[in-house]
Design a protein around this ligand. Structure first.
Ligand code: AMP
Length: 396
């Protein structure tokens, strides 16, 4: 069966068409600037060059229409007709406490996703728009919602409660949820497969280090803690997000700079992280280049970033009473060789190490620790689209 995987943002729509039998990507692409002047579609059929089309996309329905047109195009298409799409898998960011698993979408599910809009005001409404656009054009095709938060719903209360008056949890569901769940689930399962171990009896710490970054502790096949919270702002220092800080800083900066709380939150989301601290870039390639040129603030920024990652690993090793595997994934985790070395350099006491020759790898599954290391350290590239396609097939 061919599964269309859709990841819809407020003005963008990413897609992949995956053959679920071979698990090969038949085509992938991106619609950008939907509803804004200058919209364009980048379509890439497997093994062929990208085709970039500048065309009007006033809304997401038009974008999905164009995606279907590209997929069925005579010259650059990969299927003959819409009938060859067996199911659609949608990435949905926030499932609140309603969804601990992926679900087949129906009216009730749509309502429950809408009820989570307050928890992810930038993402969930966009995800719903993408689902509705697909339903309009493919009314008979089954659709599945795969939630970023679902994998983390197994966290115990002690990991998801904040030290806040309990009424805020009762009234507004203020608690820790965690994100990147599809990636943490995929990578932790893949670790067990690669090592030939039982997923149900491993303690794994997954470091998803991309532009957004989060860590999870997976014990006996269940997520027991993760670094992101009510929103994806908590936890590690990220590309542009601050991660953990003293909550009093919000009011302090607002007062000093004469800003509203919304404006400060925007700074914490978009102008902080390694970008804000270094003043160089949110991209680790730029930061490494600046550090190599002797830019002291870039060096300090990278140090601060790796230190925070190591601190979380130490915390999760403590709460799980040990760790068998530490896995690095996502853009930085998969590609940043010195970064992995720096993080693991803090973890000798755990029995983790890195062998430079094995660590000299980018975007490839590999054990990078020595044979005698007590804790295996691995690179495991994530594949959220494939995980969404698998979930979709499982449910339909
Ligand atoms: P992601 O959000 O998973 O796509 O990760 C994006 C981030 O990965 C970029 O912002 C870069 O900082 C980082 N990245 C990608 N390729 C490399 C590389 N070759 N070396 C270091 N960092 C990289």
């Amino acid at each position: 069966m061919n599964v269309l995987v859709i990841n819809c943002g407020s003005s963008s729509l990413k897609y992949q068409l995956i053959d679920s039998y071979t698990e090969k990507v038949l085509a992938k692409g991106l619609c950008e600037r939907i509803g804004i002047d200058g919209s364009m579609l980048t379509h890439q059929p497997e093994g062929k060059d990208k085709i970039v089309t500048q065309t009007d996309m006033p809304n997401h329905t038009v974008a999905v229409e164009l995606v279907i047109k590209s997929l069925t195009d005579r010259e650059n298409g990969v299927i003959d007709s819409l009938e060859e799409i067996g199911a659609v898998g949608h990435r949905v960011v926030h499932g609140g406490e309603s969804f601990a698993e992926s679900v087949v979408i129906n009216d009730e599910v749509m309502k429950a996703i809408e009820d989570c809009n307050d928890l992810a005001p930038l993402h969930n409404p966009a995800n719903l728009i993408g689902i509705r656009a697909c339903q309009e054009l493919m009314p008979d095709v089954p659709m599945v919602a795969v939630f970023d938060t679902a994998f983390h719903q197994t966290m115990p209360k002690k990991a998801y409660y904040y030290g806040l008056p309990h009424e805020y949890y009762e009234k507004y569901k203020v608690r820790r949820y965690g994100f990147h769940g599809t990636s943490h689930s995929y990578v932790s399962k893949r670790v067990a497969e690669i090592l030939g171990k039982d997923y149900g009896s491993l303690k794994t710490i997954v470091c998803h280090l991309g532009n957004g970054a989060s860590i999870s502790a997976v014990m006996n096949g269940k997520c027991v803690d993760t670094s992101m919270g009510l929103t994806p702002l908590e936890g590690l220092i990220m590309g542009t997000r601050s991660g953990d800080l003293d909550p009093a800083i919000l009011g302090y900066i607002a007062g000093k700079e004469n800003l509203t709380l919304d404006e400060v939150t925007n700074i914490l989301n978009k102008k902080s992280g390694v970008l804000g601290l270094s003043g160089v870039s949110s991209d680790f390639r730029d930061l490494e280049a600046a550090a190599n040129d002797g830019n002291q603030l870039a060096i300090d920024t990278l140090d601060t970033y790796y230190y925070r990652v190591a601190k979380y690993i130490g915390a999760y090793a403590a709460t799980m009473n040990g760790v068998d595997v530490i896995a690095f994934t996502a853009g930085v985790g998969e590609n940043n060789i010195t970064g992995r070395e720096q993080v693991v350099s803090y973890l000798g006491y755990l029995g983790a190490d890195v062998v430079p020759e094995k660590n000299n790898v980018r975007g490839k599954e590999q054990v990078i620790s020595s044979d005698q290391a007590k804790v295996k350290v691995m690179v495991v590239p994530t594949n959220e689209e494939l995980a969404i396609a698998r979930e979709t097939v499982r449910l339909v």
